[in-house]
Write a protein that binds this ligand. Structure first.
Ligand SMILES: [Zn+2]
Length: 244
């Protein structure tokens, strides 16, 4: 088991954990919460009815949520389907997403009291999820110069081999200059830097570069995190953020 703190200050708490078992999803809507969620609930001293996790689909959909969605995907079924981003301005609500190589992106405007979390695979990272999240945060009080972005543990640029199809799709979303930063070739293999793609998308939304941080941890390199590429199936890490 491995966990890392992303933010822990007076107003915010955010982290990334493998959990003991890497099991955050239940098989049936009526199933009890998983042991990993129960343990995290005790650790954060937040009831499970305040946790939210959407059914992720690797897309661009971002939803603003409040306490009526509390427990969704954790202790009750929910209608947050094909949702890869959650935003809230409500204190004590734990927004969470699962990831096993994809990028967990934490967003916050601490002065406005607005937070968000995103699950970014390669497709989302080249799409509109960052723009949508920033726009949604602004509708509930955040302002762009005050939005911070923390990039959590994910498969790193030295480990993430991709096919030509990915580069082709990225060619439609980034300038040639940016593409040269995102892709590298070693031993005739193509590698993608997901972190750099997210930073480029954040820059395009005018997020100040000083507001962007990166954990620089790799789920593939670090054996205690779950990694899809390394062979883990049905087991993931959980990323979470909460306004205190
Ligand atoms: Zn790595």
């Amino acid at each position: 088991m491995k966990e890392t703190s992303i933010i822990n200050n007076q107003t915010l708490l955010a982290g990334f954990t493998s959990g003991k078992y890497g099991i955050w999803s239940r098989n049936e809507p009526q199933d009890p919460p998983t042991d990993d969620y129960k343990a995290l609930s005790r650790k954060l001293d937040a009831p499970l009815s305040r946790f939210i996790r959407p059914y992720q689909a690797g897309g661009d959909k971002v939803e603003i949520v409040s306490s009526d969605k509390g427990g969704s995907g954790v202790i009750k079924d929910n209608d947050l389907r094909k949702v890869d981003g959650l935003i809230t301005a409500e204190k004590g609500l734990v927004l969470s997403i699962i990831a096993a190589d994809c990028v967990p992106v934490f967003l916050y405007d601490a002065s406005a009291g607005v937070i968000g979390i995103l699950h970014c695979g390669w497709r989302s990272a080249s799409g509109d999820i960052i723009r949508t999240a920033v726009e949604r945060m602004r509708t509930i009080g955040a302002s762009t110069p005050d939005i911070n972005i923390a990039i959590g543990p994910h498969i790193c640029k030295n480990c993430y081999e991709v096919g030509e199809d990915v580069r082709k799709e990225y060619a439609g979303a980034f300038s040639e200059k940016t593409l040269q930063k995102l892709f590298s070739i070693r031993n005739k293999k193509l590698y993608l830097d997901l972190s750099a793609a997210i930073k480029a998308k954040a820059a395009a939304e005018n997020i100040p570069v000083d507001n962007i941080s990166d954990s620089n941890m790799c789920t593939f390199c670090e054996p205690e995190f779950y990694s899809y590429r390394r062979g883990d199936r049905g087991k993931q890490n959980l990323a979470y953020i909460m306004l205190k």
